[in-house]
Design a protein around this ligand. Structure first.
Ligand code: IDC
Length: 460
């Protein structure tokens, strides 16, 4: 990963915006642009640009920069309207980020191609003003007060807007959090103490509640598991976290095998939790060995059951090939794009395990993210077995990509399972310490460092 802060020295003469006559009103102009290559593969790359307006508020903006190498091309971008003429690239704000207050930032990105080398551009301009990282004609820039409140308080009832998950202010957000392991096996890991640590120390936005259907799960005691799920929803709500109710189908891979159970379960949890704002429903963890048409058919039968009880909740639909958008079955996102689930306010699940799923999976997500609302409801830092070593480089490339695209995620697992994907060392859940670094595995330490950074959820 390359990181570069564009701080170019320019003379005062570059000020291109109107300067109002007479003191004290002076138009302050300035911007900074931070360009990051988040992943790179043969002939292709993904880059993000964080643009910060250091000047007076703008209600429309265009970012300009020059590709240093003639072979570098923007293929597809997001969060702006992108165009390229020769080596000159422009990105113009879209509806929801067109207005940038003083000090406000917006993250843009694109997938690019290159033929020779792939150097980062070094000079950027915003509405024609060079982004020097400082303010010319400075006034006192007002600073926004920090947002206080829990993730669920600040964001309220969520909904899908375009390809994003949006909050109560209709602004795109990214939720970052953890998944339980199978609650039939690791119930002791989900206590007041562990969930306090998840909310307060990890600053997690969400808890995914993985309720296996088979493997000694729901099918063995529907009422008992429904109660356990509801209890965890309440515990997440009490701590201001979203709760993702995961109907964790895995084997058999055809979700239709569990269609009747899904209808019974979701009609119950949706009715019980309808008034809550912190609940998201995930109707089939990982369809596998089954066509997209069969998964879509399942979704179109289960979603109406949820809607009848809880009309406004976001629903996540699993995808073919262990929720790989079909890639693990040799297909790709086009099968969903061309034949989407007939329902509103839904997102599609994408799952990955960083040591097993790399560039071609990242390229799929980069492409698909501009066409489908995606939610990474499960991923691991290790291999698809849930074990083995943490693949740090691939995990970081994935997390950077998800951050750039504002794709929400839950990491497998917030548990002390004896496997590389678990965040806690074996035995942790028998004790009372869920906060010190001594109880974290390598995967846990990496995820805690990523999840606990400030969310900066938009509030207007
Ligand atoms: C794994 C658990 C492991 C358990 C196994 C079987 O980590 O302890 O024995 O399930 O149930 C998934 C699944 C998730 C898997 C995980 C790792 O959603 O249930 O958990 N994984 O194999 N998809 C890809 C990987």
């Amino acid at each position: 990963m390359k990181r570069l802060l564009a701080l170019l020295a320019t003379g005062a003469s570059v000020v291109g915006l109107t300067v109002l006559a007479g003191p004290p009103a002076q138009a302050a102009t300035g911007c900074s642009a931070e360009y990051t290559i988040t992943s790179q593969w043969a002939g292709g790359f993904q880059a993000g640009v964080k643009v910060t307006n250091l000047g007076d508020p703008v209600s429309d903006w265009t970012l300009g920069f020059t590709m240093p190498d003639t072979g570098q091309k923007v293929v597809q971008g997001w969060n702006a309207t992108w165009s390229q003429s020769g080596s000159a690239v422009t990105a113009t704000g879209v509806d929801w980020n067109r207005t940038l207050a003083t000090g406000a930032s917006t993250d843009l990105g694109f997938v690019g191609s290159f033929t020779g080398s792939n150097p980062a551009p070094t000079s950027f301009s915003l509405n024609g003003v060079a982004c020097t990282g400082s303010v010319t004609n400075p006034t006192d820039p007002p600073t926004d007060p920090p947002v206080t409140g829990t993730p669920a308080d600040v964001n309220g009832q969520l909904h899908v807007c375009g390809v994003h998950l949006c909050n109560q202010y209709d602004r795109p957000i990214q939720l970052r959090g953890m998944s339980t392991h199978g609650i039939q096996w690791f119930g002791s890991c989900y206590s007041d103490a562990s969930l306090d640590a998840l909310a307060d120390d990890w600053k997690s936005d969400l808890l995914r509640v993985a309720m296996y259907v088979q493997e000694d799960g729901y099918e063995t005691d529907p009422d008992g598991f429904t109660r356990q799920v509801n209890r965890l929803v309440d515990m997440a709500e009490a701590r201001g976290m979203y709760a993702l109710i995961d109907f964790h189908t895995l084997t058999p891979g055809d979700p239709n095998y569990n269609l009747d159970r899904a209808k019974t379960f979701f009609s119950s949890v949706a009715a019980r939790n309808a008034d809550k704002k912190n609940v998201i429903y995930e109707i089939a963890n990982e369809p596998n060995g089954v066509s997209w048409a069969a998964v879509k058919n399942y979704a179109e039968q289960v979603i109406p059951v949820i809607r009848a009880a809880d009309p406004d909740a976001v629903v996540i639909v699993g995808t073919r090939g262990w929720s790989s958008l079909g890639v693990s079955d040799g297909s790709n996102e086009s099968e969903v794009v061309n034949n989407p689930v007939n329902a509103a306010n839904i997102m599609y699940a994408f799952h990955f395990y960083a040591a097993s799923h790399k560039d071609n999976y990242r390229a799929t997500v980069s492409r698909a993210a501009s066409q489908l609302p995606l939610f990474v409801s499960e991923f691991g830092t290790v291999s698809a077995t849930g074990g083995g070593a943490v693949d740090r480089a691939s995990s970081i490339a994935w997390l950077d990509l998800l951050d750039q695209l504002k794709i929400s995620y839950a990491n497998w697992t917030f548990s002390d399972a004896d496997e590389g994907s678990a965040a806690f060392k074996p035995g942790t859940c028998n004790g009372s310490d869920f906060s010190s670094s001594a109880v974290l595995t390598e995967s846990g330490a990496l995820l805690k460092s990523r999840i606990s950074t400030a969310d900066n959820f938009p509030t207007s």
